[in-house]
Design a protein around this ligand. Structure first.
Ligand SMILES: Cc1cc2nc3c(=O)[nH]c(=O)nc-3n(C[C@H](O)[C@H](O)[C@H](O)COP(=O)(O)O)c2cc1C
Length: 399
């Protein structure tokens, strides 16, 4: 018989990863591109403070979003970068703060591919593509073959500066998600065709990263169960990808969905009722014994506990709720406090929700979240104007 204690225990159970590392509880702060780097790929004090607050707030694992493996293909000019020009001291200072209280901090290794920020890059995906206003070039076979080395170098740097793991970003329409998607990947070589071939570059990257970071360093992956785009990755293929990943040395699979392709639906902008991907996650659990995090749409402690109790996932990934309340993990673990109050918006421009939460992360990092009260349009304007200024700094450093 379940006891009243059981729900609390589910969230606070430690989790053993295949590499031997133990995460102290089941709450993951999912990657959020926080727009807090300095415009030259390095962390700021406010960014370190943000991650310190989440660690103090009790999360078992925090993933820092969109840490770029190649400054030529960033998502935004406010991303961190792991390359020769990185400021290792500043990165070390960030990771040490983010690890207080026994929290793990992993770097999400990103490469935006065809969705690279056009002002500071020449976007290049698996194939040359032009759809409406979207346009990108295609990578040569030699360029694709170099990717495992590029990811491995970044992963080694991540380890050196104190990240306690890395997550390979293969979701949300960015480069590796583009390889998985028949909409983006029209290649005629070994990286295209059936799902096994479309996974090939991801497997090559995992193998190379593992060979440099060693057996005991956690490697995760974030992957879509649906792109929510016509012609994109299907759920059937996503399930096959789970079976393929099962044969790798990955330690944690995070399931997400949606895409930042212009006009597509992204999870971070979604206002529909969640959690979004529980049904897929249940099916994925039948395909792999690698621990699974399901992310998207969690608003209450009860939803999180139910997902774990029903064996839909091994961990819950939380983004926006942790931007509303950085102490949420402790509240849910100890059953103190309320679930966060989600704001209601009347008119919602595309990208407005994500911009609003991004600016809220900035307020938390600057310790002034209690004064945060932007409207969506103002959030978008602040976010875009600041990044426009950062583009100049980015180009000055990396061009
Ligand atoms: C401000 C913001 C930035 C995000 N940046 C990233 C990112 O860098 N990498 C990523 O994989 N997901 C990113 N996401 C998506 C979240 O990780 C998560 O998948 C999505 O928000 C759904 O979870 P939620 O309902 O708990 O917010 C971002 C979300 C938000 C709100």
């Amino acid at each position: 018989m379940p006891t009243t204690e059981e729900p609390i225990n589910m969230l606070s159970q430690p989790l053993n990863l295949p590499c031997g590392v133990v995460l102290k509880n089941r709450i993951v702060k999912s990657a959020m591109s926080d727009s807090l780097a300095d415009g030259q790929g390095n962390p700021t004090d406010a960014q370190a403070r943000l991650y310190e607050k989440w660690a103090e707030g009790g999360v078992g694992l925090s993933i820092i979003g969109e840490v770029q493996v190649d400054p030529k293909f960033p998502e935004r000019p406010s991303n961190l970068v792991l390359c020769e020009q990185s400021n290792l001291k500043k990165l070390q200072s960030l990771t040490s703060k983010a690890k207080v209280n026994g929290a793990h901090i992993w770097a999400q290794l990103g490469h935006a591919g065809g969705l690279s920020h056009p002002t500071i890059s020449q976007p290049k995906g698996p194939s040359a593509l032009k759809i409406d206003n979207f346009e990108c070039a295609g990578m040569s076979e030699a360029e694709v073959a170099q990717l495992p080395n590029i990811y491995a170098k970044a992963a080694m740097l991540a380890k050196e500066v104190g990240f306690s793991g890395v997550q390979i970003h293969a979701g949300h329409g960015f480069l590796l998600s583009q390889f998985l998607s028949p909409l983006f990947n029209h290649r005629n070589d070994m990286y295209a065709g059936d799902i096994l071939s479309r996974c090939k570059i991801i497997i090559d990257i995992i193998d190379k990263v593992r060979s440099v970071v060693g057996e005991k360093f956690p490697i995760g992956i974030k992957i879509n169960c649906t792109d929510q785009l016509e012609g994109g990755l299907t759920q059937q293929d996503a399930l096959s990808a789970m079976s393929i990943l099962d044969k790798t040395t990955i330690d944690l699979i995070e399931i997400s969905g949606g895409s930042y392709f212009p006009g597509a639906k992204s999870s971070s902008d979604s206002l529909t009722k969640g959690p979004y991907f529980i049904d897929f996650s249940k099916k994925a659990k039948q395909r792999t014994s690698i621990p699974i995090v399901v992310t998207g749409g969690f608003k209450t402690r009860e939803e999180a506990i139910t997902s774990l109790q029903s064996h839909a996932a091994d961990m819950v990934g939380i983004a926006r709720a942790l931007a509303l309340d950085p102490t949420l993990a402790n509240n849910w673990l100890n059953h103190t406090g309320n679930n966060p109050m989600f704001p209601r918006f009347t008119s919602v421009p595309e990208g407005g929700i994500t911009a609003w939460y991004t600016m809220r992360l900035n307020a938390i990092g600057n310790d002034n979240e209690s004064d945060y009260s932007l409207e969506l349009e103002a959030a978008i304007e602040t976010y875009e104007n600041r990044d426009a200024a950062r583009c100049i700094q980015w180009l000055a450093k990396f061009q």
